[in-house]
Write a protein that binds this ligand. Structure first.
Ligand code: NAD
Ligand code: UDP
Length: 312
């Protein structure tokens, strides 16, 4: 296949590019390095099936020739990234998604869009199934991301009704692994970095909020199966093993072999979801997918990556 990966220099995007190249596909990665890493562009330099285009997808996307799939992963994803880039986040979810759709339509390709568990907001239904409409504050500090992703889902489904463009929507839950930025601000790089430096774990709120952490290789497998087997209705992709943030800090301490105290350093940020766990029944039945990598296993290469990044 010939495949475009929008956001191909990002954390998830760079792993997806690697997997597609490994299975023999031709890949065009597109990224403007808004939150991605320039070094990810170099990972596959020299591979004749790999091309990189530095481009902001809020402008029409300059990729020509036949294509079978367009993966749209381009968007700030970390809460501290979208807090500092709120208008860019709204633009890429709206204008960027529109350009991704135009690219897919012109090439008769399938668009696979990275949506998020944030479409459920601070959920009142637990665990979250795809038919839950969510609980999002349209005016709050997370609205630039949550509503951009919700608008993208509305745009994609409406565009497909008008033009018949084929699409799949992945609602991705917290995913971690090597290649996240040290300063990305999400809890996995934050806690792993703190443990490696022997610092205290900076918990927001009392640490009783829950998350479910999926290893990036599992997510990439899910995205590829979604392209192959999806039914054009959103599918949750995430690990259903739920834990509190205090439990997560202890898991990181065990993986690193050290770490400071678990310390509440500030109140829970406004609209920070208090509980989150995917119901993955649809992913299991439709795609035959479920995560295979347990947290202790996935933290191994993640810790090794950050150790190297920090020069420790
Ligand atoms: P990331 O920030 O590492 O990667 C996003 C990439 O998109 C970056 O390389 C960035 O430079 C690029 N980008 C942003 N705006 C762009 C633009 N206008 N034009 C071109 N490129 C642009 O984040 P990630 O964790 O790899 O997330 C990838 C996708 O998955 C995002 O759409 C995110 O919303 C979604 N997602 C991720 C998670 C997770 O836990 N990692 C959870 C839910 C959803
Ligand atoms: N969090 C924390 N300490 C940190 C960073 C994050 O306690 O240094 C919390 C955050 O408030 C949230 C959870 O960890 O409750 C997950 O945050 P993250 O930014 O990784 O992703 P989110 O699920 O909020 O998008």
């Amino acid at each position: 296949m010939r495949v475009v990966v929008l956001g191909g220099a990002g954390f998830v995007g760079s792993h997806l590019v690697d997997r597609l190249l490994r299975r023999g596909d031709e890949v065009v990665a597109v990224d403007n390095f808004l939150t991605g890493k320039r070094q990810h562009r170099e990972l596959n330099r020299g591979n004749p099936r790999y091309t990189f285009v530095e481009h902001d997808i809020c402008q029409p996307i300059p990729v020509i020739g036949p294509l079978q799939a367009v993966f749209n992963l381009a968007s700030p994803a970390s809460p501290i990234d979208y807090a500092r880039l709120p208008l860019e986040t709204l633009d890429v979810g709206s204008l960027g998604t529109r350009n991704a759709l135009d690219l897919a339509r012109m090439a008769s390709a399938t668009l696979v869009h990275a949506s998020t568990s944030e479409v459920y907001g601070d959920p009142l239904v637990h665990p979250q199934r795809e038919d839950y409409f969510g609980n999002v504050n349209t005016l709050g500090p997370r609205a630039c991301y949550d509503e951009s992703k919700r608008f993208a889902e509305a745009l994609i489904t409406t565009y497909a009704r008008v033009h018949g463009t084929r699409f799949q929507i992945a609602r991705i839950f917290n995913t971690y692994g090597p290649r996240m930025r040290v300063d990305d601000g999400r809890v996995v790089p934050a806690f792993v970095t703190q443990a490696l430096r022997g610092e205290d774990f900076t918990v927001f709120g009392d640490g009783s909020q829950t998350r479910s952490f999926c290893y990036v290789d599992d997510l990439v497998s899910g995205l590829l199966l979604l392209l192959e087997k999806g039914d054009q209705m959103p599918v949750n992709l995430g690990n259903p093993v739920e834990m509190t943030l205090v439990e997560f800090a202890e898991a990181v301490r065990a993986a690193v072999g050290k770490g400071g105290a678990v310390r509440s350093v500030r109140p829970l940020p406004e609209n920070d979801p208090k509980q989150r766990r995917p119901d993955i029944t649809r992913a299991k039945t439709l795609l035959g997918w479920q995560p295979r990598v347990a947290l202790a296993e996935g933290l191994g290469p993640t810790v090794a990556y950050f150790r190297e990044e920090l020069g420790l």
